[in-house]
Design a protein around this ligand. Sequence first.
Ligand SMILES: Nc1nc2c(ncn2[C@@H]2O[C@H](COP(=O)(O)OP(=O)(O)OP(=O)(O)O)[C@@H](O)[C@H]2O)c(=O)[nH]1
Ligand SMILES: [Mg+2]
Length: 378
Amino acid sequence: MRRRTFLVVGRQGQGKSSVGNSILQYKYFTTKTTRREVTESKPNVDVAENEGVVLVDTTGIGDTGSDMTGDVQSVIASAREAVVRCDTGFDALLLVLKYGVRFTKQEKDAVQMVKSIFGENVFRDWGILVFSYGDNFDLDTEDDEITFEDWCREQTGHIKTLFEEVGYRCVLFDNSSKYTAKQDKEREKLLKIITLSQQPYSEKDFNTASAGREKLIVEEKLPSLKKETEAVLRYTDQRRENLLRNDQGLGQDDLIKQVEVVLQQATQHYDRLLDEDRGTNVLRELLNQVRLRTIGLRSRIDQLRIFIPDRGQRRNDGGPSVAVFSSVMGFLLNSCKIPFDYCLKPAFNFIYDTIGRCFHNLHNAPFQHSRLQESYPV
Ligand SMILES: Nc1nc2c(ncn2[C@@H]2O[C@H](COP(=O)(O)OP(=O)(O)OP(=O)(O)O)[C@@H](O)[C@H]2O)c(=O)[nH]1
Ligand SMILES: [Mg+2]
């Protein structure tokens, strides 16, 4: 008979190792009660086999509240190690949940984390829900006729969604006592589910799911990058305001240099965010905010350049008349802070474009569409 491999995941202390031992029918994995000291180290991934059944026990995978939080990279490394150690892949992913514990946001986050790491379809195609603390279930239902299967079907909310996702493939283990007939029954049930199962989850499936892991890594950094970006934006806006007021009475050349420094800093931050985003789009909102600032700064530099006399450089973007017209309009809007609502903007742009086309005809220069939108303070 083909060996069957189970990968066990779940939040800390849910009974993963105990379930592993019950399925193996011997005590191989160290459980919390058998661990001598709290500090005693446990491997991230541990593998044991008995009678053609291979158990791969993990720690920290799918645990948003464990010590590993804040280090998504090592959680992912553990998951990779687990998949590699599954040899021929795993036939089922066992998500261990403690019976009697409410399915809270933490549990929901843990499920999402497992999906992000192994792929969005991992529960649909390979998932089995394993409830530990079956002894508590027996106590709770002592006076009822209700079976475990009935109880599963009665559940509502997020856990119902999860039950539906795994097609109600679920088992219940009472790990409190050694190798009982009940455990045998659940073990048989588990093995039967596997027989019906499809191709094992392989390293190839893990590699296909890499986008979800990338996203997880960027999402972990999001709060600190958000803070950093807010600081950059605050600084940019403040510098821009100061330079617009020009309290120091700087000459145009110096003003341009100063605005260029601010622009360079904002651009550097933009490039960094782009690097950090790794094409996941998680930082899209932050990138947009910084991009708008750089557009505003570039437009400001353009206006200042146009006002410098005797530069000896004739602009080729529509002739000086168009350039001056553009900068005066932009300057008026920027410095007078005219409320530029959605009704006025199209009207201004229309007038600008119409006059611009006239200049274009006069100077035979390439026509540029209204840049008012860019010069409006952002
Ligand atoms: N009564 C009862 N206790 C259980 C059951 N399953 C697990 N436990 C207890 O729950 C505690 C945690 O079990 P473990 O198997 O170590 O849980 P784990 O998920 O492997 O924990 P970590 O590896 O630390 O994440 C231990 O004290 C177990 O004895 C069960 O079915 N019934
Ligand atoms: Mg354990």
